[in-house]
Design a protein around this ligand. Structure first.
Ligand SMILES: [Ca+2]
Ligand SMILES: [Ca+2]
Ligand SMILES: [Ca+2]
Length: 338
Protein backbone atom coordinates (compact mmCIF):
# COMPACT_ATOMS: atom_id res chain seq x y z
CA UNK A 1 0.00 0.00 0.00
CA UNK A 2 1.52 3.31 -1.04
CA UNK A 3 2.02 6.27 1.27
CA UNK A 4 -0.23 8.29 -0.99
CA UNK A 5 -2.96 5.75 -0.49
CA UNK A 6 -2.60 5.86 3.29
CA UNK A 7 -2.73 9.66 3.25
CA UNK A 8 -5.94 9.56 1.30
CA UNK A 9 -7.53 6.87 3.46
CA UNK A 10 -6.62 8.80 6.60
CA UNK A 11 -7.97 12.02 5.19
CA UNK A 12 -11.23 10.41 4.17
CA UNK A 13 -11.59 8.68 7.53
CA UNK A 14 -10.95 11.98 9.33
CA UNK A 15 -13.50 13.76 7.16
CA UNK A 16 -15.98 11.02 7.93
CA UNK A 17 -15.37 11.27 11.68
CA UNK A 18 -15.72 15.04 11.55
CA UNK A 19 -19.01 14.74 9.74
CA UNK A 20 -20.35 12.18 12.16
CA UNK A 21 -19.42 14.18 15.21
CA UNK A 22 -20.07 17.72 14.04
CA UNK A 23 -23.02 17.55 11.67
CA UNK A 24 -26.54 17.89 12.96
CA UNK A 25 -27.70 15.35 10.45
CA UNK A 26 -26.23 12.16 9.13
CA UNK A 27 -24.33 12.58 5.88
CA UNK A 28 -25.85 11.02 2.81
CA UNK A 29 -24.46 7.74 1.55
CA UNK A 30 -21.24 8.45 -0.32
CA UNK A 31 -20.96 11.97 1.08
CA UNK A 32 -17.58 11.17 2.63
CA UNK A 33 -16.10 10.67 -0.83
CA UNK A 34 -16.79 14.20 -1.99
CA UNK A 35 -13.72 16.03 -3.18
CA UNK A 36 -11.36 13.11 -2.61
CA UNK A 37 -11.49 10.63 -5.50
CA UNK A 38 -8.13 9.86 -7.06
CA UNK A 39 -6.91 7.27 -9.52
CA UNK A 40 -5.89 3.98 -7.99
CA UNK A 41 -7.41 4.73 -4.63
CA UNK A 42 -11.07 4.35 -5.41
CA UNK A 43 -11.38 0.88 -3.87
CA UNK A 44 -10.10 1.84 -0.42
CA UNK A 45 -11.96 5.12 -0.57
CA UNK A 46 -15.16 3.30 -1.44
CA UNK A 47 -14.70 0.79 1.39
CA UNK A 48 -14.19 3.56 3.92
CA UNK A 49 -17.02 5.62 2.50
CA UNK A 50 -19.32 2.61 2.78
CA UNK A 51 -18.26 1.95 6.36
CA UNK A 52 -18.75 5.62 7.08
CA UNK A 53 -22.25 5.50 5.61
CA UNK A 54 -23.10 2.38 7.59
CA UNK A 55 -22.06 4.14 10.77
CA UNK A 56 -24.18 7.10 9.78
CA UNK A 57 -27.20 4.88 9.14
CA UNK A 58 -26.77 3.29 12.57
CA UNK A 59 -26.87 6.64 14.33
CA UNK A 60 -29.86 7.33 16.56
CA UNK A 61 -32.20 10.30 16.36
CA UNK A 62 -30.46 13.37 15.00
CA UNK A 63 -30.94 16.84 16.32
CA UNK A 64 -29.21 20.03 17.16
CA UNK A 65 -29.94 19.35 20.84
CA UNK A 66 -29.75 15.71 21.84
CA UNK A 67 -29.61 15.26 25.61
CA UNK A 68 -30.15 12.10 27.66
CA UNK A 69 -31.98 10.34 24.86
CA UNK A 70 -34.34 13.20 24.01
CA UNK A 71 -34.19 15.33 20.89
CA UNK A 72 -35.04 18.93 21.86
CA UNK A 73 -36.21 21.89 19.84
CA UNK A 74 -35.89 25.07 21.88
CA UNK A 75 -38.03 27.99 20.80
CA UNK A 76 -37.60 31.70 21.37
CA UNK A 77 -38.71 32.46 24.94
CA UNK A 78 -40.29 35.77 23.95
CA UNK A 79 -42.24 35.26 20.72
CA UNK A 80 -45.75 34.53 21.96
CA UNK A 81 -48.46 37.17 21.60
CA UNK A 82 -51.76 38.06 23.17
CA UNK A 83 -53.59 41.36 22.85
CA UNK A 84 -50.80 43.95 22.63
CA UNK A 85 -48.37 41.85 24.67
CA UNK A 86 -45.43 40.03 23.10
CA UNK A 87 -43.23 37.54 24.94
CA UNK A 88 -43.82 35.47 28.06
CA UNK A 89 -47.59 35.37 27.59
CA UNK A 90 -49.89 32.49 28.44
CA UNK A 91 -49.27 31.14 24.92
CA UNK A 92 -45.48 31.05 25.19
CA UNK A 93 -43.90 27.82 23.96
CA UNK A 94 -40.37 27.12 25.23
CA UNK A 95 -39.54 23.66 23.96
CA UNK A 96 -40.66 20.49 22.22
CA UNK A 97 -38.89 17.16 22.64
CA UNK A 98 -39.09 13.66 21.25
CA UNK A 99 -37.63 10.37 22.41
CA UNK A 100 -37.85 7.04 20.59
CA UNK A 101 -37.42 3.52 21.84
CA UNK A 102 -37.86 0.22 20.10
CA UNK A 103 -41.62 0.24 20.68
CA UNK A 104 -42.61 3.79 21.70
CA UNK A 105 -42.39 7.39 20.60
CA UNK A 106 -42.50 9.92 23.45
CA UNK A 107 -43.32 13.60 22.93
CA UNK A 108 -43.04 16.37 25.50
CA UNK A 109 -43.99 20.04 25.41
CA UNK A 110 -42.81 22.84 27.68
CA UNK A 111 -45.02 25.94 27.54
CA UNK A 112 -47.29 28.17 29.57
CA UNK A 113 -50.57 26.91 28.06
CA UNK A 114 -52.13 24.16 30.20
CA UNK A 115 -53.17 20.84 28.73
CA UNK A 116 -56.83 21.92 28.86
CA UNK A 117 -56.22 25.24 27.12
CA UNK A 118 -57.43 28.62 28.32
CA UNK A 119 -60.37 31.01 28.22
CA UNK A 120 -60.09 33.70 25.56
CA UNK A 121 -62.48 36.54 24.85
CA UNK A 122 -60.99 36.78 21.35
CA UNK A 123 -61.92 33.21 20.33
CA UNK A 124 -65.27 32.51 18.69
CA UNK A 125 -65.95 29.80 21.27
CA UNK A 126 -64.13 31.72 24.04
CA UNK A 127 -61.62 28.90 24.35
CA UNK A 128 -58.12 28.34 22.97
CA UNK A 129 -56.75 24.83 23.20
CA UNK A 130 -53.61 23.12 22.00
CA UNK A 131 -53.48 22.47 18.27
CA UNK A 132 -52.50 19.03 17.00
CA UNK A 133 -48.98 17.66 16.54
CA UNK A 134 -48.26 17.54 12.81
CA UNK A 135 -45.46 15.29 11.50
CA UNK A 136 -44.15 15.53 7.95
CA UNK A 137 -41.88 12.73 6.73
CA UNK A 138 -42.29 13.62 3.04
CA UNK A 139 -39.38 16.04 2.64
CA UNK A 140 -41.85 18.50 1.06
CA UNK A 141 -43.01 21.76 2.58
CA UNK A 142 -46.05 21.71 4.84
CA UNK A 143 -48.60 22.96 2.31
CA UNK A 144 -47.51 20.47 -0.35
CA UNK A 145 -47.47 17.54 2.06
CA UNK A 146 -50.90 18.53 3.34
CA UNK A 147 -52.34 18.79 -0.16
CA UNK A 148 -50.96 15.29 -0.85
CA UNK A 149 -52.47 13.84 2.36
CA UNK A 150 -48.91 13.04 3.33
CA UNK A 151 -48.88 14.14 6.95
CA UNK A 152 -49.17 12.20 10.19
CA UNK A 153 -51.04 13.92 12.99
CA UNK A 154 -51.66 13.43 16.69
CA UNK A 155 -54.62 14.99 18.41
CA UNK A 156 -53.69 14.89 22.10
CA UNK A 157 -55.90 17.65 23.55
CA UNK A 158 -59.44 16.53 24.21
CA UNK A 159 -60.67 20.14 24.03
CA UNK A 160 -59.49 21.93 20.90
CA UNK A 161 -60.68 22.78 17.39
CA UNK A 162 -59.23 19.76 15.59
CA UNK A 163 -61.02 18.56 12.47
CA UNK A 164 -61.10 15.00 13.82
CA UNK A 165 -63.40 13.93 16.58
CA UNK A 166 -61.19 11.86 18.87
CA UNK A 167 -57.69 11.97 20.28
CA UNK A 168 -55.16 9.60 18.73
CA UNK A 169 -52.68 9.10 15.92
CA UNK A 170 -53.84 9.77 12.36
CA UNK A 171 -52.27 9.05 8.99
CA UNK A 172 -53.08 10.28 5.47
CA UNK A 173 -53.57 13.64 7.13
CA UNK A 174 -54.41 17.03 5.67
CA UNK A 175 -53.97 20.02 7.95
CA UNK A 176 -55.76 23.34 8.30
CA UNK A 177 -55.44 26.48 10.37
CA UNK A 178 -58.01 27.49 12.95
CA UNK A 179 -56.08 30.56 14.06
CA UNK A 180 -58.59 33.20 12.94
CA UNK A 181 -61.52 31.56 14.71
CA UNK A 182 -59.37 31.51 17.83
CA UNK A 183 -58.77 35.20 17.83
CA UNK A 184 -55.49 36.10 16.12
CA UNK A 185 -55.82 39.61 14.69
CA UNK A 186 -52.90 39.32 12.27
CA UNK A 187 -53.38 37.79 8.83
CA UNK A 188 -50.35 35.54 8.32
CA UNK A 189 -47.19 34.00 9.75
CA UNK A 190 -45.24 36.78 8.05
CA UNK A 191 -47.30 39.46 9.79
CA UNK A 192 -46.90 37.63 13.10
CA UNK A 193 -43.11 37.56 12.68
CA UNK A 194 -43.02 41.28 11.88
CA UNK A 195 -45.27 42.08 14.85
CA UNK A 196 -42.97 40.22 17.26
CA UNK A 197 -39.89 41.94 15.81
CA UNK A 198 -41.58 45.35 15.99
CA UNK A 199 -41.78 44.86 19.76
CA UNK A 200 -38.05 44.16 19.96
CA UNK A 201 -38.53 40.42 20.46
CA UNK A 202 -37.15 37.49 18.48
CA UNK A 203 -39.56 35.22 16.59
CA UNK A 204 -38.43 31.65 15.97
CA UNK A 205 -39.89 28.31 14.95
CA UNK A 206 -37.86 26.06 17.24
CA UNK A 207 -35.34 24.27 15.03
CA UNK A 208 -36.37 26.46 12.07
CA UNK A 209 -35.78 30.15 11.50
CA UNK A 210 -38.86 32.39 11.65
CA UNK A 211 -38.79 32.83 7.86
CA UNK A 212 -38.07 29.19 6.97
CA UNK A 213 -39.86 28.32 3.70
CA UNK A 214 -41.21 25.10 5.24
CA UNK A 215 -44.15 27.27 6.30
CA UNK A 216 -45.99 29.58 3.93
CA UNK A 217 -45.36 33.08 5.29
CA UNK A 218 -48.46 34.42 3.51
CA UNK A 219 -50.93 32.34 5.52
CA UNK A 220 -51.36 31.20 9.09
CA UNK A 221 -49.66 27.94 10.03
CA UNK A 222 -51.89 24.88 9.62
CA UNK A 223 -52.18 23.90 13.27
CA UNK A 224 -54.78 21.10 13.43
CA UNK A 225 -55.67 17.96 11.54
CA UNK A 226 -58.35 18.67 8.93
CA UNK A 227 -58.85 15.09 7.73
CA UNK A 228 -57.13 11.78 8.38
CA UNK A 229 -57.50 8.13 9.26
CA UNK A 230 -57.11 7.11 12.88
CA UNK A 231 -54.56 4.35 13.31
CA UNK A 232 -53.99 4.23 17.06
CA UNK A 233 -54.33 5.80 20.46
CA UNK A 234 -52.06 7.82 22.74
CA UNK A 235 -51.12 7.65 26.40
CA UNK A 236 -50.74 10.82 28.44
CA UNK A 237 -47.67 10.94 30.69
CA UNK A 238 -47.30 12.43 34.14
CA UNK A 239 -44.43 14.66 35.21
CA UNK A 240 -43.06 11.66 37.10
CA UNK A 241 -43.23 9.48 33.97
CA UNK A 242 -41.38 12.13 32.01
CA UNK A 243 -38.58 12.71 34.48
CA UNK A 244 -38.04 8.98 34.85
CA UNK A 245 -37.60 8.92 31.07
CA UNK A 246 -34.80 11.48 31.43
CA UNK A 247 -36.73 14.52 30.20
CA UNK A 248 -35.01 17.73 31.32
CA UNK A 249 -36.21 20.96 29.71
CA UNK A 250 -34.47 22.84 32.50
CA UNK A 251 -31.13 21.86 30.99
CA UNK A 252 -31.98 24.32 28.21
CA UNK A 253 -33.45 26.92 30.60
CA UNK A 254 -36.87 26.12 29.15
CA UNK A 255 -38.96 26.80 32.23
CA UNK A 256 -42.54 27.22 31.06
CA UNK A 257 -45.14 26.60 33.75
CA UNK A 258 -46.55 23.50 32.00
CA UNK A 259 -44.89 20.29 30.86
CA UNK A 260 -47.15 17.99 28.86
CA UNK A 261 -46.19 14.53 27.67
CA UNK A 262 -47.61 11.65 25.69
CA UNK A 263 -46.57 8.44 24.03
CA UNK A 264 -47.73 6.35 21.09
CA UNK A 265 -46.67 3.03 19.63
CA UNK A 266 -43.57 3.25 17.46
CA UNK A 267 -45.24 0.98 14.90
CA UNK A 268 -47.68 3.77 14.01
CA UNK A 269 -44.84 5.92 12.62
CA UNK A 270 -42.72 5.55 9.52
CA UNK A 271 -38.95 5.89 9.69
CA UNK A 272 -36.78 8.66 8.36
CA UNK A 273 -36.28 12.39 8.72
CA UNK A 274 -39.23 14.48 9.75
CA UNK A 275 -40.35 17.94 10.75
CA UNK A 276 -42.86 18.10 13.61
CA UNK A 277 -44.66 21.29 14.52
CA UNK A 278 -47.12 22.47 17.13
CA UNK A 279 -49.03 25.64 18.00
CA UNK A 280 -52.03 26.62 20.09
CA UNK A 281 -55.32 26.87 18.18
CA UNK A 282 -54.67 30.61 17.83
CA UNK A 283 -51.14 30.29 16.34
CA UNK A 284 -49.93 32.81 18.93
CA UNK A 285 -46.63 30.91 19.10
CA UNK A 286 -45.33 28.09 16.91
CA UNK A 287 -42.52 25.57 17.32
CA UNK A 288 -41.00 23.01 14.95
CA UNK A 289 -38.67 20.12 15.67
CA UNK A 290 -36.39 18.42 13.14
CA UNK A 291 -35.61 14.79 13.84
CA UNK A 292 -35.25 11.30 12.55
CA UNK A 293 -37.02 8.11 13.50
CA UNK A 294 -34.67 5.22 13.08
CA UNK A 295 -35.07 1.47 13.03
CA UNK A 296 -32.31 1.28 15.62
CA UNK A 297 -33.59 2.27 19.07
CA UNK A 298 -31.67 5.13 20.70
CA UNK A 299 -30.75 3.05 23.77
CA UNK A 300 -28.10 1.33 21.66
CA UNK A 301 -26.41 4.68 21.01
CA UNK A 302 -24.17 4.36 24.07
CA UNK A 303 -22.83 0.99 22.89
CA UNK A 304 -20.58 0.82 19.82
CA UNK A 305 -22.70 -0.58 17.04
CA UNK A 306 -21.58 -3.45 14.83
CA UNK A 307 -21.08 -1.29 11.76
CA UNK A 308 -19.17 1.34 13.76
CA UNK A 309 -16.96 -1.34 15.31
CA UNK A 310 -16.40 -2.82 11.87
CA UNK A 311 -15.45 0.62 10.56
CA UNK A 312 -13.01 1.29 13.39
CA UNK A 313 -11.49 -2.16 12.97
CA UNK A 314 -11.02 -1.60 9.26
CA UNK A 315 -9.41 1.77 9.90
CA UNK A 316 -7.18 0.22 12.56
CA UNK A 317 -6.03 -2.45 10.12
CA UNK A 318 -5.27 0.19 7.54
CA UNK A 319 -3.29 2.32 9.96
CA UNK A 320 -1.60 -0.68 11.56
CA UNK A 321 -0.39 -1.98 8.24
CA UNK A 322 1.28 1.27 7.33
CA UNK A 323 4.85 2.21 8.21
CA UNK A 324 4.04 5.89 8.35
CA UNK A 325 5.45 8.12 11.08
CA UNK A 326 3.05 9.94 13.32
CA UNK A 327 4.02 13.27 11.82
CA UNK A 328 2.98 12.18 8.34
CA UNK A 329 -0.38 10.95 9.55
CA UNK A 330 -0.89 14.19 11.42
CA UNK A 331 -0.09 16.12 8.27
CA UNK A 332 -2.78 14.24 6.41
CA UNK A 333 -5.28 14.87 9.20
CA UNK A 334 -4.48 18.56 9.24
CA UNK A 335 -4.78 18.90 5.50
CA UNK A 336 -8.16 17.19 5.53
CA UNK A 337 -9.44 19.43 8.27
CA UNK A 338 -8.42 22.68 6.59
CA1 LIG B 1 -41.84 30.75 22.12
CA1 LIG C 1 -61.46 27.46 20.20
CA1 LIG D 1 -42.10 30.28 18.24
Amino acid sequence: MSYQLIYLATAIAKTCVLELTENNFAPQRGHCLMGHPKNGTLLVASVIATLCSLSAISKPAEAASLYKGWNYAIDSFNDSITGNNVGGTKYEIYGLALKQTEDKVFIAINANLPFGGTHSDYADDEHVGWGDLIFNFSGKNLSTASANKNLLGIRFASKNDSGVAATGVYEDVTAKTVAKANGIALDSLGEYNEWVKSKGKKPSLGDLAANDPYFNQATHVQNVIATGKKVGGINLLSAGNLSSLGLDFGHFNANGSQTIGLSADRSLFPEGNFILHLAPDCDNDIIALKGKLDIVPPESATVPEPSAVLGLTAMGLLFGSSQLGRNKQQKALNSSAS
